[in-house]
Ligand binder design. Structure first.
Ligand SMILES: [Zn+2]
Length: 285
């Protein structure tokens, strides 16, 4: 890219950013324009025609804007987020926010991208549900009569849940199966460790319940602190859960993923926090 290319690119980006900002400001005005029927007073057939002709806003943007602005009317903390980041940013929290929790969610909406926030809200809902009720799920599997007979014998007087626990203990990985810890000044994770870690979660994100593809291998103790590649503390994570980890929001992070839960506030007590803040500085939310 020569200097002229760079200049054009910069100009284009800057104008685009300004355009977005002004569009956000227009969305903020929509409820009042609707309430006062300004579109009608100015001779337009509808607020959609008004917004399309004056600022090139699509019908769906108007509908969406009005709907979300109506929802956040009672949550000034979220309105403040919309002013700086637009309506899309608060969309993921609309189903969970309450008067009491609006500051909490506003802070989350400000510090996370829309995708990361969606993941956080989803986990938050699931985890708060399982802590209050223990629902059972029905599973149907096709087995031969002989196998069913064997399983029934094994189960004996116990429950199916107890039998499954016993069977799983037999197939799950023992710590001795893990490759050895590698201490090195290189960030590069040795290939045999990468392979083991990825295959452990079938190439998927290790966060409980997440079925997204793992896009990175995450050192739960932060590589920079110990300079070791420890297979037991390396896990494949999707982009969103990796972001949440670096927002210091995963509780019991160095334990097995089955013990992970989301924190409501960043863990400020560990040295990891410094590394996480550093990571955050160098990439957009
Ligand atoms: Zn994930």
């Amino acid at each position: 890219m020569d200097q002229k290319d760079q200049q054009l690119h910069q100009q284009f980006s800057e104008y685009g950013q300004n355009a977005r900002e002004w569009m956000r400001k227009c969305v903020l005005l929509l409820p009042e324009i609707e309430r006062r029927e300004i579109w009608h007073k100015k001779g337009f057939g509808s607020i959609f025609e008004y917004a399309a002709k004056l600022v090139g806003m699509s019908r769906s943007t108007v509908e969406d804007g009005l709907r979300i602005m109506k929802k956040v009317e009672t949550f000034p903390a979220l309105e403040a987020v919309i002013e700086v980041a637009g309506v899309n940013r608060v969309r993921p929290v609309l189903g969970v926010v309450t008067l009491e929790t609006q500051d909490f969610w506003a802070e989350k909406a400000k510090s996370m991208s829309k995708n990361t926030l969606e993941t956080y809200v989803k986990n938050y809902r699931l985890e708060s549900r399982t802590s209050t009720e223990t629902q059972s799920v029905k599973l149907t599997i096709d087995l031969s009569p002989a196998m069913v007979e064997k399983l029934k014998r094994l189960k004996g007087a116990g429950t199916w849940e107890e039998l499954m626990e016993k069977l799983l203990a037999g197939v799950s990985e023992k710590p001795t199966d893990l490759p050895e810890v590698v201490k090195t000044s290189s960030r590069h994770i040795p290939l045999h460790i990468q392979r083991q870690v990825r295959s452990r979660s079938g190439g998927l994100c290790a966060y409980p319940g997440c079925v997204k593809v793992a896009t990175s291998l995450h050192h739960t103790q932060r590589w920079g602190l110990e300079k070791v590649h420890d297979p037991a503390r390396l896990h494949g994570l999707c982009t969103e859960h990796e972001r949440l980890a670096h927002l210091s929001l995963i509780e019991n992070e160095e334990a097995s993923p089955s013990d992970w839960t989301l924190r409501s506030e960043a863990d400020m007590t560990t040295d990891k926090r410094f590394i996480d803040q550093f990571v955050a500085l160098y990439r957009p939310t």
